[in-house]
Design a protein around this ligand. Sequence first.
Ligand code: GAR
Length: 221
Amino acid sequence: MAKRETKPINLAVLLSGSGTTLENFIKHIDAGKLDAKIQVVVSSRPKVRGLEIARDAGIETRIVSRKKNPDEREFSRKIDDALNGFPIDLICFAGFMSKYFAHDRYFGKIINIHPALIPMFCGEGYYGHYVHESVLNRGVQVSGCTVHIVDDEYDHGPIVAQRVVPVLEDDTPDTLAARVQAEERRLYPQVIQWFAEGRVRVKCGKVYIEGRSRSSIMPEK
Ligand code: GAR
């Protein structure tokens, strides 16, 4: 399918940690592979590498401490305040480890990436290495990553796209994480680009991407 003419999609990136996902977005934007502008990065923790990456790239940052806002609703309202005033088309969770009850204006416009094939190995407490350890302990033979639209439950909303990777017999959580992350690095910018091109539709809780081939779920050679 021919690449469409688009205007950059305005992003807010929400994170809580090391920011490798944000770093990957910036790399794709700088390389001209992702038609997006990151308007603001909001972190739920104050001294994380993700904030440094944003600042080094000249992106506006805000901190809304989850620790100082133990009430999830209050925390969510403060996130809304932090986003206020920025033109935002899409909010991307990038290793954001808190629940955010979104303002109505962002309905259907928040996405997350999870390092497993939802609805397996997901939900509260399933993040980072815990996910890969659980996959290995259960003995499943495939894993992968999922981009989904965020709703009020952890790792739950409509699935936008998935990529599959094999689980090998001698895998450790680290080797499996690396294989999954390599797919995350391709999939997440691709999904954002679909949003930028206006190709994403949600109908009856299912996501449809105009012009997508189903064969794209397998890892690239
Ligand atoms: C990513 O691997 C992402 O899939 C995972 O956290 C990592 C973020 O890395 N997200 C979850 O586990 C969500 N349940 P980063 O902080 O370096 O961008």
